[in-house]
Design a protein around this ligand. Structure first.
Ligand code: XMP
Length: 319
C-alpha cells in the first residue's frame, strides 16, 4: 500500500545510503522532474548537492528568476546559474532546419554543462530526473515509430563523458507519483503541476531561424496566454499550452496607421500520453481576450491565430 510520508522517508534513506558523503551534480531545468529530484536530494544530502541551471536564452518569461527564487532563495539549494544565452544564440544564427536546431541546442547544453561540472571536481554522481515512463520509452525506443519523427533532446551521454555515476531517484515513479512526492517535499503546487516544456524550448517554437528579437516577442506572448489560461481556470484542463512565433508579416491597422507585423499562433492540447492529442476547445471569450492583450501589449505582433490541428496528423510542437 502506497503511503507518501513513508515513501519520502524511504527515498531519502535510499539516497543517503547510495551516495554516502559524495558530492552530487544535478542539471536543474525548472521542469517537474528535475525540480522534484532537487527537492528530494536537498532534503537527503543538503550541501552535498550542487545544481546547474543553464539559461539557453530559449526559456519562458522570468523562468530563470523563478527557479532561482524557488530553489536558491526559498529552499537554500546550491544552484549555479549559467547565462549561456549569447552562446546558444550565436550557434543558432543562420540555422533554420528543426532537427539541426535541436542538435545544436542539445550539443551546446552538454558543452556548457561539462564546463560547469569541471568546476566541481569532487563530484562523484550525476543526478537525473528520469521517471518510469522514460525508462520504458528508451528501452522500446527502437521499435517506436513516433520516436523517429523528432529526436528528443536528452542528456544520455553525459554521465560517461563526465565520469560520473548516475543517480536516478525517480526511476520507479509515474508522473502523478512524482507530483505527489514534489508536494510532499514542499514544492509549490504550480511548479508540480506545470505543463511539460521541451528541452529545446522556444527554439522549436520559433519557426525557422531563431533570433533574439523573436524570442523576446514570443516570451511575452506566451506569458500572456498562460496568465489568461490560469485566470480562466483552463490551465489545468489542458495538457500543454503555448504560443508559437511565425516569422511572417501581415498587414493590420492601428489608430490612423497601418502596421506590418508578425503573427503568433496559440496552441493548447488535451492528451493522456502526448502520442495523440486533441486541440483544446477553449472558450471564444478567452481566446478573444488573449488575442486582444497580445496585439495591444506587444508592439511587433498584429495578428493571433488558434491552432485547431489534432495529433496526428499534426504534432504538438510546430517543429
Ligand atoms: P510532439 O511535437 O512530438 O511533442 O507531438 C510531444 C511532446 O514532446 C515534447 N517535445 C520535446 N521534448 N525535447 C523534449 O524534451 C524535444 O526535442 C521535444 N520535441 C517535442 C512536446 O513538448 C510534447 O510535450
Amino acid at each position: 500500500d502506497w503511503n507518501m510520508p513513508d515513501y519520502v522517508e524511504e527515498a531519502i534513506g535510499r539516497v543517503r545510503s547510495e551516495v554516502g558523503s559524495d558530492e552530487v551534480i544535478l542539471g536543474l531545468s525548472g521542469g517537474v522532474d528535475s525540480s522534484v529530484v532537487a527537492a528530494l536530494l536537498h532534503r537527503a544530502i543538503g550541501g552535498q548537492l550542487t545544481c546547474v541551471f543553464v539559461d539557453n536564452g530559449l526559456l519562458r518569461l522570468n523562468e530563470a528568476e523563478q527557479v532561482m527564487e524557488t530553489f536558491a532563495k526559498n529552499l537554500g539549494v546550491k544552484v549555479i546559474h549559467v547565462d549561456a544565452s549569447a552562446e546558444f544564440m550565436k550557434h543558432l544564427s543562420g540555422v533554420t532546419e528543426p532537427e539541426q536546431k535541436r542538435k545544436i541546442i542539445g550539443r551546446e547544453f552538454v558543452e556548457v554543462f561539462q564546463r560547469e561540472s569541471a568546476r566541481l571536481p569532487n563530484a562523484k554522481w550525476l543526478a537525473q530526473g528520469t521517471i518510469y515512463p522514460d525508462v520504458i520509452e528508451s528501452a522500446g525506443a527502437k521499435t517506436k515509430k513516433a520516436h523517429a519523427i523528432k529526436s528528443h533532446h536528452n542528456v544520455g551521454g553525459l554521465p560517461e563523458t563526465l565520469h560520473l555515476k548516475l543517480l536516478e531517484p525517480l526511476r520507479e515513479l509515474f508522473k502523478d507519483e512524482v507530483r505527489e512526492l514534489g508536494l510532499a517535499l514542499g514544492l509549490p503546487h504550480d511548479m508540480v503541476y506545470r505543463h511539460p516544456f521541451p528541452g529545446p524550448g522556444l527554439g522549436v517554437r520559433i519557426l525557422g531561424e531563431v533570433k533574439q528579437e523573436y524570442t523576446d516577442l514570443l516570451r511575452r506572448a506566451d506569458a500572456i496566454f498562460i496568465e489568461e489560461l490560469r485566470a480562466a481556470g483552463w490551465y489545468e484542463k489542458t495538457s500543454q499550452a503555448f504560443a508559437v512565433f511565425l516569422p511572417v508579416k501581415s498587414v493590420g491597422v492601428m489608430g490612423d496607421g497601418r502596421t506590418y507585423d508578425y503573427v503568433v499562433a496559440l496552441r493548447a492540447v488535451q492528451t493522456q500520453d502526448f502520442m495523440t492529442a486533441h486541440w483544446a476547445e477553449l472558450p471564444y471569450t478567452l481566446l478573444g481576450k488573449v488575442s486582444n492583450r497580445i496585439i495591444n501589449e506587444i508592439r511587433g505582433i498584429n495578428r493571433v491565430v488558434y491552432d485547431i490541428s489534432g495529433k496526428p496528423p499534426a504534432t504538438i510542437e510546430w517543429e
